[in-house]
Ligand binder design. Sequence first.
Ligand code: ADP
Ligand code: MG
Length: 673
Amino acid sequence: MLSLEQIKGIGPSSIKLLNKIGIKSVEDLINNIPRKYEDYSNVLKISKIRPGSVTIKARIHSVTKRYSRKGLHMTEALASDDSGSVKLMWFNQPYRASSLKKDEDYYISGEFAPSYKYLSIQNPSVELVSSFPINTARIVPQYKLTKGLSSNNIRKFTKLAFDKTKINETLPNWLIEEYSLISRDKALFHMHFPSTFKDMDEAKKRIGFEEVFELSLASELNKREFSKNNGLKIPISEKEIVEFVSKLPYKLTDDQRKATWQILLDMSSGVPMNRLLEGDVGSGKTIVALISAINALNSGYQTAIMAPTEILASQHFNTIKNLLPNKLKDKVILLSGQLKLNDKKKAQAEIENGKSLIIIGTHALIQDKIKFKNLGYVVIDEQHRFGVEQRKLLQSKADVMPHVLNMSATPIPRSIALTLYGELEITILAEKPAGRQTVNTEVINPEQRLNLYKSLDSKLANGEQTFIVCPLITDDVTAGRSLSVENISKQVKQWLPKHEITVIHGKMKSEEKDKIMHDFKNGAIKILVSTTVIEVGVDIPNATTMIIEGADKFGLAQLHQLRGRIGRGDKPGACYLIPTDSDGFSRRLKYIEKIYDGFKLADYDLEMRGPGAIYGTVQHGALDLRVAKLTDTKLIALARKAANQYILKNENLLQYPELKARVDRLRTITNLN
Ligand code: ADP
Ligand code: MG
């Protein structure tokens, strides 16, 4: 393909501006999907136009310029066709007059509306009549812009790019036919310049299909490549496991049983497991990981459990140590960044010589100097908190591809999980352990805030702790009420003068955050004002209250995760949601008062607000789909099916270099192997 420089009509200064919005090549220009469209396709006679968006085909004359009484520059003109005349008006566009050619025929598109007592078409786009207008008299694409670059410019450049470029097909014929798609060149062209809405729909279908197809192909290829690895056959040590489970202080839920059994089967199959265990906060994922780790241990294999923070790692360590029978207690070790040098060396040695069989830690586990003896099983807690590279590094410490369990508390609806994590087998823990406390949730009118905060006084005096969550770190000034950590913490200080207030947010160093969370956990800190950084999964028995400011700014699933951090002891938790203003008393927030199920909430938000609502909780490169909608389950199912057929037919990706390049890129983004 040509470079932008090679296209006559795109100058160096335009190239700079295009670069600014991420368009670095002709390919980028062509793939720059419009943000939206305006319909100016209906060309009317002047006598027929009514207020609203209109397009006419008319001759322009009587062009004049003047300043209004208020000092506004105005260009006025008259446009006439055989049915009548209409006034055109441009405000503050002094260059207009000289660019208009008198007595020529133009397409003119704009808002027909009253101004200065009479109706005129205001700030219209005009272009000389031609067989292929791009700014008027059609369905007009609107683009993401930057200062100095208009949609008109981009349309012009895009059209030039299409004139000079041959666009290759990237899908085989059988697939295009079977799924009734249009060709790639037509689809891309119609994405920008559809003649009809049908054109546009067909284009969206093809491009959206292609996006999900590529994503599915990438994850399917990853999955196949992964399963080609020789895996360890770790037999199921049924007797020991039954005994361990029978001594647990609680009865496993059915879902926990099923998930555990599935994992044990995977481990014994000889194909490396790569599984996502998805379960709401408190659904009891840790014990599933532990039972399978004990199974590995019984065959002499080491398990590495990696958690995103020191505090979570040490919590796992304590939980696990407590649950293990005495004879195994010295097989588990915590590799903490806080260990003294000598202890660290000792820990390293025990990992390396195989004395330790269950090794728990943070990123510390992936350091070069950490060597395992016989690593057979890798558990990644809160998997979305780790990058691909980090997960891979840990796996690479095993001699043979280990079994991998990814755990996540993010309630991603199944349809979306399948698209995003296609290379993983997915297990969902839907059931909560019986007798689990729910957190009483109430939406509070902002006017009642002061009362609410004052009511904390006696609870705090009682030794209970409070989280206050805000949507921002610092002020973004304007809005009447500021909901930043900075500002709320100042206010709360005035309202609760007897208590000390600590602040935590994402801009702090992780050691600092760890220390604060640690102090909060052991009760040294009573009130924590924070952003959403507060740790998922940490047990703080005395944290009974959570106030969420600007609650309408969060996704429901995210609110649910936040409130999951309280009420984890024997005292019940109370969560108060304060919307930004009284208008925020929406059905959405009312829904979370009643529903205590992360998956239901995620589904509801998906319907109400689209996938954007769950972006807050998931970070995934594949989410920047441009055309396909993750809610379009039909399209997703078709594209996934097509990807599987493609692989079964042994299509050679090398035939389609552009497709290959894109799929390769996606493989590195989505790769969870
Ligand atoms: P998460 O899935 O959020 O990681 P955890 O594994 O931390 O959840 O479990 C949350 C709490 O529930 C822990 O205190 C654990 O001991 C307890 N738990 C786990 N399974 C059960 C069960 N079947 N019955 C009762 N309590 C359970
Ligand atoms: Mg957990």
